[in-house]
Design a binder for this molecule. Structure first.
Ligand SMILES: [Zn+2]
Length: 224
């Protein structure tokens, strides 16, 4: 299983989980054209698209997938807190997050990669998960880097996860099965990639990455 990041942050979010035969898209916040190019125009292998919430940087191209008959999971359109879906060999469970609009995280299970947790655009995560192999978690800002003289700063961080909250989550959810940690949706002004990576590695002891555009990571259950 290969992960590719086409964007992470307020300018557009999109992650592709891809095997040789199928692909699952997490977030439709970049141009549809960019997804097609990334898939070498093999859009037929996309078994489903997961969208966490209505904000455009996550949902902008959802309609383009629907137009060509690809199922798009938008749990925020339902009253149900938790739902389960199957797309090809991927099983997806949604759970509610804490943002300024209804927003959902996803537990994604696939025989090749095991259990992956995805949570972005949330102040914190209420739940604990067992046996995760891969954790994708928002690490938006560092409270020590905030510049309170800027009028927009509070608006920018509201509903987004602070690094110490993300580290607490990693600490509470790590296990011997954990293989990879991907830090998502870093604020341009109030984060430090090198510090965040160092701290996440220290807490988990596994491979840690920042979800920059162009990132590719092999996600397998086995530790090699
Ligand atoms: Zn949002």
């Amino acid at each position: 299983m290969k992960l590719r990041c086409l964007g992470s942050g307020s300018s557009g979010n999109c992650y592709i989980l891809e095997t040789t035969t199928e692909a699952l898209i997490i977030e439709a916040g970049v141009r549809f054209k960019d997804v097609k190019i990334a898939l070498d125009f093999d859009v037929g292998k996309v078994v489903g698209v997961l969208v966490s919430h209505i904000h455009k940087d996550h949902s902008a191209s959802a309609g383009d997938f629907e137009k060509i008959g690809i199922p798009v999971f938008k749990p925020y359109e339902s009253d149900m807190e938790r739902q389960v879906r199957r797309y090809g060999n991927f099983v997806v469970k949604s759970f509610p997050l804490v943002h300024d609009v209804p927003c959902f995280g996803f537990l994604v299970v696939h025989p090749e990669m095991g259990r992956l947790l995805y949570a972005s655009d949330t102040e914190y995560i209420r739940y604990k998960f067992r046996g995760l192999n891969h954790i994708f978690v928002e690490s938006n800002h560092d409270k020590n880097m905030l510049d309170e003289s800027k009028p927009q700063y509070f608006h920018q961080i509201t509903g987004h996860m602070e690094i110490s909250t993300a580290l607490d989550f990693l600490n509470a959810n790590k296990s011997v099965e954990l293989r990879n940690v991907i830090l998502l949706h870093l604020s341009q002004e109030y984060s430090s990639e090198s510090v965040f990576l160092k701290e996440a590695s220290k807490v988990t002891g596994v491979n840690c990455f920042i979800a920059n555009k162009g990132l590719e990571v092999v996600l397998n259950k086995a530790p090699f």
